[in-house]
Design a protein around this ligand. Structure first.
Ligand code: AMP
Length: 273
C-alpha cells in the first residue's frame, strides 16, 4: 500500500491507473463499518483508494473537530491488511485555500434533521466530497447508510452536478449488541454505552411494530420514545426516501432516523423499511 499526501502525487498516480477504481472517503479512526466499505470496494474494483481527512468545514463552531479521534498508524495498518492500494491523507492546506467557491446543500433535503440541528454541516460535507471526487475520479465511490441523509445529499449532488462516479450504498455495521459502529463510540463511558443500546433497540421495536402491521408513524415514534425514556433525544423522524416527513409507513420507501446525545457524544442511527 502506498500512502499519498500531496495532490500532485495523487493526480500522477490517477493518470496512470487503468481499470476500475473504487474510492472510500473517511475521516479515519477506522472501525468495521469503514472496513465493510473498503472490502466492498476491493471486491468490486481492480484498484482501491481510501482517504482519511477530518474535514473542518463540516464541523460547526463548538463541535468536536479538535477532539475528533486521530489514529493514523492503526488506520494505515487496517488499510494495508485489507489490501488497499493507496491511502490518501492530505493536510488541511492541501485541500483548502482562502475565499473558496462554496457548495450549498439544497433547502428541502439539506436543512431538515441533521441539517436543521447542524446548520452548514452538509455544505461542508458536499464541498469536501466534490473536491475528493474530482481529484480521485473513481469508477465507484462507497458510502454507508449509517449517514442516510448525507448519502441522499451526495446522490443529489451527483445528479445535479452531473458527476460520473457510481455511488454505492453500504449497509450499517453494528456491534454484536446492536450499537451502530461509530468513531465517536469510544467517548462513551461504560454507563453511557449501556444506555446507548436503547437507540438501536428503539429502531428494532419500530421494525417489530411495522412487522405486525402498525403503519401509524406517530404511534411508532411514541413507542420509540418510551424505549429511550430519559435520554436526550434530538429528533426521531420518519421520512420517505426523499426525506419528506410521512404520517404512514410506506413499505420499501421509508427511513426512520434519530439523533440522541448520550453524555457528550451525539449518536445517529437509522433503519430502512
Ligand atoms: P466517517 O469516517 O464517519 O466520515 O465515515 C466514512 C464512511 O463510513 C461514511 O460513508 C459512513 O457512512 C460510513 N460508516 C460509518 N459508520 C458506519 C457503519 N457503522 N456502518 C456502515 N458504514 C459506516
Amino acid at each position: 500500500m502506498k500512502i499519498i499526501h500531496s495532490i500532485e502525487e495523487l493526480q500522477t498516480i490517477r493518470k496512470n491507473l487503468k481499470g476500475s477504481l473504487g474510492f472510500v472517503p473517511t475521516m479515519g479512526a477506522l472501525h468495521d463499518g469503514h472496513l465493510s466499505l473498503i472490502k466492498q470496494s476491493i471486491k468490486d474494483n481492480e484498484i482501491t483508494i481510501v482517504s482519511i481527512f477530518v474535514n473542518p468545514t463540516q464541523f460547526l463552531p463548538g463541535e468536536d473537530l479538535d477532539k475528533y479521534p486521530k489514529k493514523i498508524q492503526a488506520d494505515s495498518k487496517i488499510c494495508e491488511l485489507a489490501n488497499v492500494d493507496y491511502l490518501f491523507t492530505p493536510e488541511i492546506n492541501t485541500m483548502y485555500s482562502k475565499d473558496e467557491i462554496l457548495i450549498k446543500a439544497p433547502v428541502l433535503k439539506g436543512f431538515t434533521l441533521e441539517g436543521q440541528n447542524r446548520p452548514g454541516h452538509f455544505d461542508g460535507v458536499l464541498q469536501i466530497v466534490l473536491k475528493l471526487l474530482n481529484l480521485v475520479n473513481p469508477t465507484n465511490v462507497y458510502f454507508g447508510k449509517k449517514d442516510a441523509q448525507q448519502l441522499a445529499l451526495i446522490k443529489q449532488m451527483a445528479k445535479n452536478l452531473f458527476l460520473s462516479p457510481n455511488i454505492v450504498d453500504c449497509e450499517i455495521i453494528r456491534e454484536k449488541d446492536g450499537l451502530a459502529m461509530s468513531s465517536r463510540n469510544i467517548y462513551l463511558s461504560q454507563e453511557e454505552r449501556k444506555q446507548a443500546l436503547n437507540i438501536s433497540k428503539s429502531l428494532k421495536d419500530a421494525a417489530k411494530l411495522i412487522g405486525s402491521k402498525e403503519y401509524n408513524c406517530a404511534r411508532i415514534i411514541k413507542t420509540m420514545r418510551t424505549t429511550m425514556k430519559g435520554m436526550d433525544i434530538e429528533y426521531i423522524s420518519i421520512v420517505n426516501r426523499d426525506f419528506q416527513q410521512i404520517q404512514t409507513i410506506e413499505l420499501g420507501n421509508t427511513i426512520i432516523l434519530l439523533a440522541v446525545k448520550v453524555g457528550t457524544p451525539r449518536l445517529i442511527d437509522n433503519i430502512w423499511i
